[in-house]
Design a protein around this ligand. Structure first.
Ligand code: AMP
Ligand code: ZN
Length: 112
């Protein structure tokens, strides 16, 4: 999608600190990190949200989940929080499916 920020990052039109790229996913550092490790994992294929990706292509959604584990290991952490904000009311601001991989500090719950 031409007007999608994360599609532009996938295409290399907007720079990002890419930490992992496969034929299906790109992972890059969040521009406004909320933890020492804060990486976004996105499918190259455009879907509006994690939920719509899971409906349209459940196998891709499953592989994205597996990729978050790889991203955490590459960042040197075992424990992490995985967040999929779904809908503006839940804080989603970019409408291209993405998982936040957050870690590198004690992740308290509920989040403060
Ligand atoms: P969400 O609010 O769940 O939709 O998450 C969107 C995330 O994208 C936020 O945590 C932003 O800090 C992050 N973000 C926005 N623009 C960029 C960018 N150009 N590069 C990296 N991360 C970004
Ligand atoms: Zn997109």
């Amino acid at each position: 999608m031409s007007d999608c920020l994360f599609c532009s990052i996938v295409a290399g039109e907007i720079p990002a600190n890419v930490v992992l790229r496969t034929d299906e996913f790109v992972a890059f550092t969040d521009i406004d990190p909320q933890a020492p490790v804060h990486t976004l994992v996105i499918p190259i294929e455009h879907h509006e949200s994690a939920a719509s990706m899971a409906q349209a292509n459940p196998e891709l959604a499953g592989r994205l989940l597996a990729t978050t584990e790889q991203v955490a290991r590459a960042a040197g952490i075992d424990d992490y929080r995985l967040v999929f904000n779904t809908g503006a009311g839940a804080g989603q601001s970019v409408f291209h499916a993405h998982g936040h991989v957050l870690g590198g500090r004690a992740m308290t719950w509920p989040p403060g």
